[in-house]
Write a protein that binds this ligand. Structure first.
Ligand code: BTX
Length: 325
């Protein structure tokens, strides 16, 4: 953390009050001219800083970057996001997170980037990750649960994403089982849960979240333009990526803790209340077969219950779902 960073933090923590140049100079043990130079540097990075006569410097706004300092100032969590690995561009945050997990990074470590060149979805599909327009993030958790419980973390994460979007925007997203977050039927978020485990159980869960925030239609790859959407496209307003990350990490901490301590019961009720799938006729494409029927609900293990026309109830662990209505 550089002096410029420390200065930004100090001004943010002054909550809109001006701090005098002399005061800052004394505090940092440098000259007033040096403070002024750091202020200029912050302005070049996109911070708006006002010089109040006889009072000093006052911070007016910060750029909407995902740099750790910006995220951690105002972050309400105790575990998730206390360590943030930030990189301007990378192939995929999942790859970095897997490496960090192997090197023993603590529970709650977050990897954030502005742009991914090889973002991935499930089954080696591509995840379109436009630079600076969304949140491309991986969260490393080390829960003390059996590997069979890993898939439910996807459902828990979906609830956290919906809550964060609801908190920061006026939008009301829906969840399509198991891992899509939809706005007006189009996908605004994808979740990818991966696992590192051995004979002792789960070593690490790597939860990847791709959240489309400020894209316009043209920012998406042509292949996904008709199925993808962003918060901005739906609400007409830019949304703060920083606020979304902070809110999302907060709900991730609350809900993953709830799941680990109390099981899926309460979260299942939340999940079902946001779901577009339950009670609807759907087609479930799996690797070896396709089934059509009514999605009746999910079990406490997060398994989708699908009733086919012959009255049989099928437990679906993994599939792509289409609404057939
Ligand atoms: P999924 O397999 O459910 O969805 C992938 C499919 O979604 C693609 O085949 C394509 O049709 C569509 N798609 C691709 N990009 C987008 C987009 N930006 N918006 C909407 N639809 C899209 C979902 O997989 C899991 C995605 C996780 C992405 C995060 S980003 C941070 C982390 N790093 C990484 O490489 N992946 C995760």
């Amino acid at each position: 953390i550089t002096v410029t960073h420390k200065l930004a933090k100090r001004l943010i923590e002054a909550n809109g009050e001006a701090v005098s140049g002399q005061h800052l100079a004394d505090e940092f043990g440098i000259s007033r001219t040096a403070i002024w130079k750091h202020i200029k540097e912050l302005e070049e990075k996109g911070y708006t800083i006002e010089s109040v006569k006889k009072k000093g410097y006052r911070i007016v706004s910060v750029p909407d970057t995902l740099e750790p300092l910006a995220i951690q100032t105002g972050l309400k969590t105790k575990r998730i996001g206390q360590k943030i690995d930030y990189i301007e561009s990378c192939p995929s945050t999942q790859i970095i997170a897997h490496q960090l997990a192997q090197e023993g990074t603590p529970d709650g470590t977050v990897v954030l980037t502005e742009a991914q060149t090889a973002g991935r979805g499930r089954m080696a599909r591509k995840w379109d990750s436009a630079a600076g327009k969304g949140v491309w993030m991986s969260i490393i958790l080390r829960p003390d649960v059996v590997p069979q419980k890993a898939p439910q973390f996807t459902l828990v994460t979906a609830v956290a994403v919906v809550r964060a979007i609801e908190e920061v925007t006026k939008l009301q997203p829906k969840i399509k089982w198991p891992n899509d977050i939809l706005l007006n039927g189009k996908k605004c978020t994808g979740i990818l849960t991966e696992l590192q485990s051995d004979a002792d159980g789960i070593q690490a869960l790597i939860i990847g979240i791709g959240l489309n925030i400020n894209q316009e239609k043209e920012d998406f790859d042509p292949e996904v333009r008709d199925i993808a959407t962003s918060l901005k496209m739906e609400s007409g307003e830019m949304a703060s990526r920083q606020k979304l990350v902070q809110s999302l990490l907060y709900y991730m901490e609350i809900y993953t803790q709830m799941y680990i301590e109390e099981g899926f019961g309460m979260l299942k009720i939340l999940w079902e209340s946001y779901s577009t799938t339950i009670g609807q006729p759907v087609r479930a494409r799996m690797t070896n077969q396709t089934l059509e029927g009514i999605a009746e609900g999910i079990t406490d293990d997060g398994v989708l219950q699908l009733r086919t026309a012959d009255g049989k109830l099928h437990g679906i662990y993994s599939a792509d779902i289409e609404m057939t209505d």
